[in-house]
Structure formats: structure tokens, C-alpha cells
Design a protein around this ligand. Sequence first.
Ligand code: NAD
Length: 464
Amino acid sequence: MSFSSEVDRMAERALRQLALPPGLREQILACNSIVRVQFPVQLDDGSWRVFLGWRAIHSEHLQPAKGGIRYNELVSLDEVTALAALMTCKCAIVNVPFGGAKGGVRLDPRDYSEGELERITRRYARELINRGYIIPGTDVPAPDMGTGPREMAWIADTYRRVYPQDVNYFACVTGKPVGSGGIPGRVEATGRGVQVVIREFLSEAEDARRVGLGGLAGARVAVQGLGNVGFHAAKFLEEEDEARITVIIERDGALIDDKGLSVAAVRAWKDEHGGVRGYPQAQYLEDGQACLARDCDILLLAATEGQVTEHNAADIRARLIVEAANGPVTTAADEQLRARGVLILPDAFVNAGGVTVSYFEWIKNLAHIRFGRLERRLDELRMQRVIEALEALTGKTLPPQLRRDLTTESDELTLVRSGLEDTMRMAWQEVRETWLGEGLEDPRSAAWLVAMRKVAQSYETTGL
Ligand code: NAD
């Protein structure tokens, strides 16, 4: 089954449970628009190469439509369409008022110099802008696999050159560097959101028992994919929750250490050597895929789609699977794992931390002001007055640390983190209540039901 058919199946299953007016189900499932672009770019050696890319806007029940841009050699129309539909679902679950979209260019970014990638990115952006895509009010991309803040800055700059009169040009794309209209905390937001969901899940003793865990401290975690999402999620789990990262699987093999790997050290090695092979402080196994079946408590899938399939599902030993990547477990595998009592926290909301902070960035770009700028000093002065009044009334002096804690104003990063944590916790609680309260099979079915209800309600309110 293709990736987009798998996503459609999840949506259909949820929509069947809703009483909808005729035609609405079809509209929710439909991908509203897709553009395919082919464009030439000159490479450093003077030759020309033609690149193939897409942008799909799945839903516009709310605008802008939002979704990342992927650079990967396997990007296809089917993949982009599936990922756009997943974005519709994700935004609805975390109550981010956006439709769903996705874009991609078929290329391996490792094959190109920085200058070539800049020319490719700017040209791809021009192709989309010229066709009415990438506009602050209708279609706002973000980073995904193979792209990051650098590419987003190039896209914003390209848009500004086409529309120099648009004062909101920064809001045409999110995930930009902080110095170029970005927001602190966006780079690590998806990984941070993954950590929040796992923590929140395990905070319910009943849920923790389902997967045989008492908490995160000492839990053995196997991670596939040490890119943006996998690296940050694993690093936070290791450094802040004392989880043991016992397996790291990358494209060129896997590293194993039952005592726990240093995520930062492995990432530094990977960045320097282009892979994990040769890392000196762990056992190395060439067949990374086979290591998905290593004994562990949590399997954190943060690479790409279709990694756990009907061929290897029976071998998986983790009792909790976390889908930090999009679509890493196929439908067939999902059924097998569910039958064996393996619990899956699904992509449909687990990796929504990125789009949540993208939403904050977009608001900041439209407001043209940093969060907290107006009230920061006022809050500090007010708190000082409260402390003075309290001390005058009691005749006692507050301990210096407490005084500092109360008067230290919140910076933008603190506000972003707090907003992200709150959003992810609320999302999980809503999914959990639907899962257990309505007697659904698993969190995935609940997540899709929550999303489809909200999308349908939005269409019903505003009309098709
Ligand atoms: P990335 O390009 O930064 O990292 C991907 C990592 O996975 C790389 O280190 C790559 O070498 C590795 N990898 C790729 N294929 C692999 C394989 N078959 N086996 C082992 N390792 C493999 O990408 P990312 O941004 O971290 O995205 C990862 C996943 O998370 C994707 O599915 C993406 O759609 C999803 N996601 C990303 C974001 C975001 O904010 N970046 C947000 C939501 C979802």
C-alpha cells in the first residue's frame, strides 16, 4: 500500500465514525492542489541539472496551509501528498489554526555544495511563488528532512525580492534563523515536543504499566535517525530524564552500548565523518535495520517512513514505539504490533512540536514584535512591589534565590518552551481522553478521530 493510501485509510476510518453531510467526507480526504515543478540549476562545474519538486496543499479549511519542505532522493508525489494530509491532521490536534501542506525536491543534499543548494532552493521557491504558493496568508513552508534554517532564510529572502512591498515577508516561511525573523526554540521544537509527549504519557501510572515502565530514568531507548528530530529528542531524554540511549541507528549502521551512549558525542562524530561507522566508544553493527529489533524499552523512530513493516514487526521487542518521524510504521505492521500489545504514540501528534513553534514564529512575524517585549520590565517592577509589600507585612526578608526567581523576567525562549509544553500536554490529554473515554483501539485511532472532528466542524461552520 502506498504511503498516501495508508494515510487516507486512517482518515477514512475516523470519518466513518462521524455523521457528516454528503460530500464533506470526500472534501476532507481530497488534496486541494498540487503543483509539480521541473527547473534547471547550474552546478559549480558549469554543467546544468534539472530538478524535480512538488508542493501539495491538502486542506484550506483554515489558512495558511502549513508544512515542511523535504530534500531527499526518494521524494515523490505520493510522499508529498501523504505528508500534506498528515499535516492537516497534526495542526488540528494541536489546535494550530492552519491547513495542511508539504513540499519536496528530489535530491540528496549531501551531493551538493552550499552554493548549489542555495541556487536550487531559491529557484524552487521562485517556481512556487510564481504559481501562487509561498505567501504569508495562504501557504507557509517550514523545514523538514534535509532542510533547515539556512534554506528557510533563502526562501524568505527570495520571497522578499519578488514582493518587496510586502511588510509581512518574514511570515512567508517559518523555521528561519533567529537573526532572520526566526524564533528561539524552533530548531529543537519537534524533538522537545517528542520528549514532552513521552513524559506526559509515562506520568499516568496506568499507562506506564501498560508498557512495563516506571518512568524514564534508566529506561532503554533505541533511536533511529540522528538528524534534527532524533538528535534533539534523544539528547533531551538522555540529559534531562536520565534515559539510557542504548542503540542509535543511522543510514550507515548502528551503535550499541547497554550502559548508554552519549548522544552529543555520537552526533559530533556523525557530523564530522558523515555517519556513525568508526565511532570508538561503542559496538558498531553494519545492519542498522536489523537493530530495530534489539531489546529496548522505547523504540524512537526519527528517520523516515516505512521502517517497521509486516516483514520486521514480529521482531520488534520494545513495548512502546514513538513515531517521531512521519509514517515510520506501516498499517500492516501497526495491526500486528497492536495485536501483540505494543503501544504506539503516533506521528499524528507526537512530532507536532515543530509546527506548534512555527505557529508562534508566524504570529511574531505578523506582529513585528518579540514575545514579551512590551510587558517584560513592567512584570519585573510589579513583582518587586509585591515582594516589598510582602516583606513589609511580614517583617521578614525573602531568601535571595526566591527573590531572584520571582523577579527574573521571562525571555522569549522561556515563553516559547512554555507554550510548546502546554500545547503538547493538552494534545496528548485530549487524545488520551478520546482513546480511553470512547473505548477506541489505540491512540492512533483516537488522534485521527480528534483531528477529523475538528476539521469537519471547521468546514461545517464556514461552508465548503
Ligand atoms: P533530518 O534530515 O534532519 O534527519 C534524518 C536523519 O535520519 C538523518 O540523520 C539521516 O541520516 C537518518 N536516516 C535517514 N534514513 C535513514 C534510515 N533508513 N535509517 C537510519 N537513519 C536514517 O530530518 P528530520 O528533520 O530530523 O526529520 C526526520 C523525520 O521527522 C521525518 O520523517 C520528518 O518528516 C519528521 N519531522 C520533522 C520535523 C522537523 O521539524 N524537522 C517536524 C515534524 C516531523
